[in-house]
Design a protein around this ligand. Structure first.
Ligand SMILES: [Zn+2]
Length: 85
């Protein structure tokens, strides 16, 4: 089935989100994340980070910096998934 490859893709995107926390306005990563959000938001909801990711990407385009609170929460959740390895 295509489920496996899609899940892999989701993990890659979540890893991008993780890096995105460190380089907040990297356009390339923002596009990857935004595109995936448009196509596959259920995966982020599944991980319980959809709202935080949306807030992060959205705020990048506005004048407001992403709140440290949101970034810290996302970072903590992403750390549980161990994407760095
Ligand atoms: Zn996905």
């Amino acid at each position: 089935m295509s489920d496996d490859s899609q899940e892999m893709d989701c993990r890659e995107v979540l890893a991008e989100v993780y890096f995105y926390l460190d380089s907040e306005c990297a356009q390339a990563r923002q596009e990857i994340i935004k595109q995936h959000l448009a196509e596959c938001s259920p995966c982020l909801a599944q991980y319980g980070i959809e709202q935080d990711v949306r807030a992060l990407v959205h705020r990048c385009c506005s004048k407001d910096a992403a709140p440290a609170e949101v970034k810290a929460r996302l970072r903590a959740k992403l750390a549980e998934f161990d994407f760095e390895k």
